[in-house]
Design a protein around this ligand. Structure first.
Ligand code: CA
Length: 424
């Protein structure tokens, strides 16, 4: 499918800073507010936000038959629920308005002044109301690293791992947007040599570098979505930091899996980069061997070449890069994740968040968590300020970013960052 707004030859009259994640080929959607504007939908271009409520109210979307008030809302759920065809039309129309040869906005300085707001004047809010959160475990290198550390290098992957995309149901209430500081969690842990467990601040706080997709369509309970149909259900992607308390996790996870070690905070980047915008950056995934069951079979390139980076910024020091990974390292693709998730008749809802699982690459510098980077704390990371990190300390800000490059076009997600405050 050819998507007009993705054309690498498109240029815009808007000034785009060098190496920006937000050229005219991206146009991600988010929710913003300002000192004078209530929360509403916007699209990012360069370092500006295009106010979609203003554009709608002034007739720039006439002819698209959008419901009244569709952008004048605190969440994108209703907009996304219009479906891929309609939201694609909106993105194409925005692309048209911002393209170099179109004068509708370009030459109307009064409208530009009112509809395009500098990023430093806006506050980004969580873009969707998240009804459900599922976290997959779809990176083979991550699963192997963890299996090697905690079980047996020879049987690092559980017997089911290459037959189904393993996942668990997470907590939606504590999913927050980038920039939301949070307190170190407290919990019950038990040291190997201790007789009894104890309660206190988590000592092994970790990040998990993930991508997540957000759904825009519901399947009725009792029905399944095929891997082929999955793209109709996925609106777009964000970067996800799925914070994890390793010491709490180690003691609590048997036999039902993660609980309090994972549900205290998960941060997402504020701009939803549409699945459409990522279309040109699709690449083939790894060959799946053994062959998967028929309902999980997919064809073509369904992985995404998105470069990912993690930095740790100590309280009063420069950030240090601790990981460079790539979304393409997934074993399972998102179409398979949707097909598997609904194979039993489970109903997806609009706004659901589906995490990839920690994205680790084959090399140590590509590992997506401190657990792996420092190998359970055995190999601390040297920071630029001379300090060392085994896990994340109070006052640290973890910054994740991601972008894709092809044919001279770079599109990206901006950042998801969060600062760890001392335990309450
Ligand atoms: Ca995770």
């Amino acid at each position: 499918m050819k998507i007009k707004a993705n054309d690498p030859k498109l240029s815009t009259w808007v000034e785009i800073p060098e190496n920006s994640d937000f050229p005219i080929q991206n146009l991600p959607f988010g929710i913003f507010k300002t000192d004078y504007l209530a929360p509403g939908a916007g699209v990012r271009i360069g370092d500006l936000v295009l106010d979609l409520t203003y554009m709608y109210e002034n007739g720039y979307f006439d002819g698209l038959e959008l419901p009244a008030g569709i952008f004048n809302q605190a969440y994108l759920n209703d907009f996304m629920a219009l479906g891929k065809a309609k939201t694609r039309e909106v993105r194409n129309r925005i692309s048209e308005l911002l393209s170099a040869e179109n004068d509708e906005l370009r030459d109307n300085f009064a409208v530009r002044e009112l509809s395009m707001i500098p990023m430093d004047e806006v506050e980004m809010l969580i873009p969707v109301r998240v009804p459900n959160y599922t976290d997959f475990y779809s990176s083979e290198d991550h699963a192997r690293n963890v299996g090697t550390m905690f079980r047996d290098p020879k049987n690092a992957l559980m017997p089911n791992w290459k037959h189904l995309p393993v996942a668990y149901h997470g907590r939606a209430s504590s999913i927050v947007v980038s920039g939301t500081d949070f307190h170190r969690p407290k919990g019950q842990t038990k040291a190997d040599d201790a007789e009894m467990p104890s309660f206190g601040p988590c000592r092994l706080l970790d990040f998990e570098l993930e991508m997540a997709f957000i759904t825009c369509k519901e399947n009725p309970m009792g029905t399944s979505v095929s891997a082929k149909e999955a793209a109709d259900y996925i609106f777009g992607f964000v970067i996800l930091n799925d914070w994890s308390a390793r010491d709490i996790q180690k003691w609590e996870y048997v036999p039902l899996g993660p609980f309090l070690a994972k549900n205290f905070a998960s941060h997402i980047s504020p701009w939803i980069v549409t699945m459409d915008a990522l279309e040109p950056f699709k690449v083939a995934g790894p060959k799946q061997n053994p062959a998967v069951l028929p309902y999980l079979k997919t064809e073509g390139s369904l992985h995404y070449d998105v470069k990912l980076e993690v930095q740790i910024k100590p309280e009063k020091a420069e950030p240090t890069v601790v990981s460079n990974s790539n979304f393409k390292y997934m074993y399972w693709n998102v179409n398979q994740q949707v097909a598997h998730h609904t194979s039993n008749g489970c109903n997806l809802q609009v706004g659901d968040l589906y995490g990839s699982g920690t994205i680790s690459g084959p090399k140590p510098e590509e590992f997506g968590s401190m657990l792996e980077i420092t190998w359970r704390g055995e190999k601390p990371v040297k920071m630029k300020d001379g300090s060392e990190r085994k896990f994340i300390q109070d006052g640290d800000t973890v910054i994740m970013s991601g972008h894709a490059v092809k044919d001279g076009v770079r599109i990206g997600f901006g950042e998801v960052l969060a600062k760890v405050l001392p335990a309450n």
